[in-house]
Design a protein. Structure first.
Length: 151
């Protein structure tokens, strides 16, 4: 679909609006995303070390409960309304790791909770994250198949 052609008056307004639109602070945004993403990764690594050292889970298997813990934290932060406030400053640093995935699932579930448990929460929970899950499963299957064929 092509965009409808703007009248000269509409074009003049668009140009004026563009001039007054605040410019994003790229360096600040990238810095906050980098620092917040790094802190989330450090927290994840701390959970891996905790599960390995304290719970005696082998180091190569400790990432599984650490990931589940990070998903739980992201879900709780979303449920309490804190995740969006953090994301306002952290940007992609908080949205890209697994905490962002948890946020997408829980926020979809919360948005449709008035429609009931089955038709609301359960049906709409994976509307945003479903594509991510499908793509991840299919990619893992394809790479696993390639690995099995050539090894």
């Amino acid at each position: 679909m092509s965009k409808p052609k703007l009248t000269p008056k509409q074009q003049k307004y668009q140009n004026k609006a563009k001039k007054t639109e605040p410019k994003p602070h790229y360096l600040k945004n990238v810095s906050f995303a980098f620092i917040s993403g790094g802190l989330i990764c450090m927290l994840g690594q701390a959970f891996i070390d905790f599960y390995s050292a304290i719970m005696n889970i082998p180091l190569n298997e400790a990432a599984n409960p650490a990931t589940a813990t990070m998903i739980l934290i992201g879900s709780l932060l979303t449920g309490f309304g804190v995740f969006d406030k953090l994301a306002k400053y952290a940007g992609a640093g908080i949205a890209v790791p697994v905490t962002g995935f948890a946020n997408s699932v829980v926020s979809s579930a919360l948005e449709f909770r008035e429609e009931g448990l089955v038709y609301g929460v359960c049906a709409k929970m994976f509307t945003l994250a479903g594509a991510v899950i499908t793509f991840g499963v299919m990619t893992a299957f394809i790479f696993g198949l390639i690995h099995a064929i050539f090894h």
